[in-house]
Ligand binder design. Structure first.
Ligand code: ATP
Length: 365
């Protein structure tokens, strides 16, 4: 079955530079879908081609069974919320929301009903007669969201909508956005370079890098099973280890020699054979730091090292541990320690333990 929204082989060049390179992407009706990637990777360019502010050099954009590639922005059932809010400063909250419907010549009572419904949705009824300058940043962004939803678009585009807000407000607005999405049920496309935002709000995420899509999937899959080193490093923090497969233990586990570090057991997330060179991602929170040598099973790993750095974050502590040629980051929740056990300190000799399937096998080379 055809998807609700489809970018089909979309390419956009600026001179000799290719900002978006042959992107094909299928998005389902009602999804909250994020485009995530570093600055300059092409997310806004992709969004602009969906909104109609820009056109692909090659490829098509299809929405609800219609080719919209060449439609002007005002004829697309797509609205955008920008980071800068783009509100009219001289108009009240109510009139900002009513602006589009007035231009579209809705009947006055339909406008009133639509605006009231939106004020309710974004919880701004008490502020309806204020001007934008009398509102907080979060409230302004809620006006912008109400204004973009009043004419019931099929797709709402959110281009870094929270980037101008402080952390606490961003977290609150993310929860509110999620509730608004549940209420209106339309497709949300969210553009951000903040992996935390994308992880918390999305049904699925497309991770972009240099104009191409590296991986598409639900947040848990992107985090737990990154398809490339780029994705593993961009989504959260990770340690990378390079090694060479020395022995196949069974269909699931192999032994791997890591230079300057020794032999470890890995889970064969991908088929490997002795002699293969592999690249492994090991998330800091998967590593357990202890002073005592841990008891390990055949499919656990324990490596000795020395604490080189410790950073206390309140809810958890990060340790940077030197193990031969490698410096590994481990993250420990405080409750992981027994009450009578003092956590390791700078300079301590420690052990790092992890289970074979805590690592994730990336590229072979
Ligand atoms: P950011 O998070 O910084 O907004 P982005 O991922 O949204 O980044 P885009 O704005 O899509 O990135 O830009 C992708 C690349 O295309 C960038 O290198 C940018 O400089 C280039 N680019 C975008 N628009 C134009 C333009 N009109 N002319 C020339 N180059 C452009």
């Amino acid at each position: 079955m055809a998807s609700y929204l489809r970018f089909e082989n979309v390419t956009r060049r600026f001179g000799s530079f290719t900002a978006v390179n042959q992107v094909t992407l299928d998005i389902e009706k009602g999804e909250t879908f994020s485009l995530l990637g570093p600055s300059g990777c092409g997310k806004t360019t992709l969004l602009r081609m969906l909104a109609g502010f820009d056109k692909p050099d090659e490829g098509r954009v299809l929405l609800d069974g219609k080719d919209i590639t060449d439609l002007p922005p005002d004829q697309r059932p797509v609205n955008t919320v920008f980071q800068s809010y783009a509100l009219f400063p001289h108009l009240s909250v109510r009139d900002n929301i009513a602006f589009g419907p007035k231009i579209a010549k809705w009947a006055p009572d339909t406008i009133k009903r639509g605006v009231d419904e939106m004020l309710e949705l974004v919880d701004l009824k008490a502020h309806a007669d204020k001007k934008p300058s009398q509102l907080s940043g979060g409230q302004k962004q809620r006006v912008a969201i109400a204004r973009a939803l009043v004419n019931k678009p099929k797709v709402l585009l959110l281009d870094e909508p929270l980037a101008a807000l402080d952390l606490k407000l961003r977290q609150r607005l993310l929860v509110e956005l999620d509730a608004i999405h549940d209420e209106v049920g339309i497709t949300f496309i969210y553009v951000t370079h903040d992996q935390g935002e994308a992880m918390s709000i999305s049904d699925r995420i497309a991770v972009m890098n240099k104009g191409v899509i590296e991986q598409v999937g639900p947040p848990v899959q992107i985090y737990e099973a990154p398809r490339s080193s780029f994705v593993a490093a961009f989504i959260g923090d990770t340690n990378f280890l390079d090694g060479k497969i020395t022995e196949s233990i069974d269909s699931r586990f192999s032994r791997c020699e890591v230079k300057g570090f020794g032999s470890i057991v890995i889970d064969n997330d991908k088929p490997v054979t002795p002699g293969d060179r592999i690249h492994l991602s090991l998330r800091p929170e998967k590593l357990v730091v202890s002073r005592e040598k841990p008891k390990v099973s055949e499919v656990d790993n324990a490596v000795a090292g020395k604490v080189e750095d410790v950073i206390y974050y309140g809810s958890h502590t990060r340790y940077w541990v030197r193990c031969g040629e490698w410096r590994l980051c481990a993250e420990m929740q405080h409750r992981q320690y027994q009450l009578d056990e003092s956590p390791p300190k700078w300079g301590d000799e420690v052990w790092l333990r992890w289970h074979a399937n805590d690592g994730f096998l990336l590229e072979q080379y």
